[in-house]
Ligand binder design. Structure first.
Ligand SMILES: Cc1cc2nc3c(=O)[nH]c(=O)nc-3n(C[C@H](O)[C@H](O)[C@H](O)COP(=O)(O)OP(=O)(O)OC[C@H]3O[C@@H](n4cnc5c(N)ncnc54)[C@H](O)[C@@H]3O)c2cc1C
Length: 508
């Protein structure tokens, strides 16, 4: 496993291809440091005895001890530990841990490359395992580049006026492919070693050029990272919250060469692979939404902890309405986590050995989290009062001339020192009013797919015909009701059926 210092030294050696505003910058740009500090937690906790049991695991490929952020889930326990790890690490950074996207994409690829090989006689899984060995040995941090620019939302990739609105293969050569396009809204890329590109939707036969997946170093020739970093204002006391940041990126693929050994799907070279683009899109989203059942409860708990603390500092903690409001945040956190736990318990092993969580539970949990996110921020704002949006700068409270006056009028609960009062309101300002806070809210809603996408997944996969039997029995339309329990729903059976059909069709 790497240390944070080794990771940082590797990053600063990378070719400068990060653009912030009109500048081209190196990875040592201070505006990127906040995001790296978040990733630091994932390295340091892996060697911390208190966290090691959930943050490390034995590789099923090499038998070596690896960071869990590099692991392909092999069991229900793996899924549960991943969920738990995500939750406790997110507490420590007050939000997104930023290292799950890459490995969620690789879990999706583990399932899909295997299935494709079985149905089509390709050899992607072997290639994938070789890549994973490198990934685990080097303890890689990866981005997942799934979301395309997408252009006109109502048109399919090949129908777009500008054919580059979805990432596509413009040329297949003997030694690899040339890709062109742009993936937008991508987290962590300027401080990731590698990026894993996967499709963002199902593709029809005319979209074959868009059915493509691969992995590349993030500073590869022709890759340009148009980045928007966000970070929290530094404070005198240097609290953990003020060390962190985020970066979101438009990844431009400006006619980029991808060598064969790094390609995991290519509908242009073999149109039979095209339908697997959709399954891969679904599978990344599925693993990522399961990761959300770990990080979203943590985010809710961060907000609940701030709400409880400010209620104490405001002297209102015993009021009935305060307890009721905080209970709503806690309730959502527990339900979302429970959905993820339960989806791990109802998980199934795919033929590749990769464990797949239940789809209905994962999506129900993720959607609930997304729907409640603004309500949770509203509760913290409600219990804090307006000060979190109006607090004078920190320096004012420590100024020789007016500091005492500023502290005097900050006094609320007499048991709380004014310095701590300032820290609490400053912390909540950062948590709910800052640029990063705004980003976290939108991430809470759209990350892993908008709530509508979870609804679509659930309703496509839920057997409502069987469900209707309950009403039919109760209303006297049917005389008998068979014992009804929803079976586990994972994409495993759907994929198997599809693979068998493909095998029959292609006769391989
Ligand atoms: C902070 C943040 C971090 C992110 N990180 C990543 C990342 O690391 N990797 C990654 O790949 N993605 C990432 N995303 C992208 C995220 O998955 C997308 O934002 C999300 O899937 C929504 O896509 P979109 O932004 O293109 O919105 P749109 O798809 O444009 O959605 C906008 C609205 O239009 C509706 N809509 C869209 N298409 C249709 C249609 N055909 N018919 C009817 N209604 C439609 C949607 O339901 C929604 O209400 C991130 C997003 C955020 C906000």
């Amino acid at each position: 496993m790497r240390t944070f210092e080794e990771y940082y030294n590797d990053l600063v050696k990378m070719k400068p291809n990060v653009y912030i505003g009109d500048e081209k910058v190196g990875r040592d740009d201070p505006r990127l440091r906040g995001g790296m500090n978040i990733i630091k937690e994932t390295f340091e906790r892996a060697t911390d005895p208190e966290f090691e049991d959930i943050c490390t695991v034995t590789s099923h490929i090499t038998g070596k001890k690896i960071n869990r952020f590099c692991h392909i889930h092999q069991s229900e326990e793996d899924l549960l530990k991943k969920q738990k790890m995500t939750r406790v690490l997110c507490h420590r950074v007050g939000g997104c841990i930023q290292r799950c996207m890459g490995i969620d994409a690789l879990n999706g690829l583990s399932v899909i490359t295997y299935e494709m090989d079985q149905a089509l006689g390709t050899d992607y899984y072997k290639r994938f395992l070789k890549y994973m060995e490198y990934f685990q040995d080097r303890d890689i941090v990866a981005s997942c580049a799934q979301t395309d620019a997408k252009g006109d939302r109502l048109k399919r990739p090949h129908e777009q006026e500008d054919l580059d609105q979805y990432l596509r293969v413009v040329e297949t050569r003997d030694d690899g492919i040339i890709v062109r396009g742009c993936k937008i809204n991508i987290t962590n890329t300027p401080y990731a070693d590698e990026l894993v590109a996967v499709p963002c939707r199902f593709m029809g036969p005319e979209d074959k050029d868009y059915a493509v997946a691969f992995a590349l170093p993030a500073d590869w020739d022709g890759v340009k990272l148009l980045t928007r970093p966000a970070w929290n204002r530094k404070t005198k006391t240097g609290s953990p919250q003020n060390q962190i940041g985020d970066a979101e990126t438009f990844i431009i693929f400006d006619d980029v060469f991808v060598p064969n050994e790094r390609i995991f799907l290519n509908g242009q070279s073999d149109p039979r692979q095209t339908p697997y683009a959709g399954f891969l899109a679904l599978m990344f989203a599925h693993y990522h939404r399961h990761s959300y059942t770990g990080c979203k409860p943590a985010m809710s708990e961060v907000l609940a902890s701030a709400a409880a603390l400010v209620a104490e500092y405001n002297g209102i903690e015993k009021a009935a309405h305060v307890r009721e409001k905080i209970s709503h945040i806690i309730g959502t956190a527990e339900l979302v986590f429970a959905a993820g736990e339960s989806s791990a318990k109802h998980s199934e092993k795919s033929p590749s050995g990769t464990q797949i969580p239940d789809e209905i539970l994962t999506n129900a949990g993720r959607r609930l989290a997304g729907e409640m996110i603004y309500k949770e921020y509203e509760i913290v704002a409600d219990l804090s009062g307006g000060l979190v949006a109006t607090l004078p700068y920190e320096e004012t409270f420590y100024s020789e001339e007016v500091g005492d006056l500023a502290m005097k009028y900050l006094q609320r609960n007499p048991r709380i020192k004014p310095e701590n009062m300032e820290k609490c309101f400053r912390g909540i300002e950062t948590l709910i009013v800052s640029e990063l806070a705004g980003l976290m809210q939108v991430a809470g809603l759209h990350g892993g797919g908008s709530p509508q996408m979870e609804t679509i997944t659930m309703m496509t996969r839920y057997d409502t015909e069987k469900l209707k039997n309950i009403a039919k029995y109760l209303f006297g339309i049917k005389s008998k009701l068979k014992r009804y329990e929803r079976p586990s729903v994972t994409p495993r059976k759907m994929l198997e059926k599809f693979g068998q059909a493909m095998k029959r069709k292609t006769n391989c």
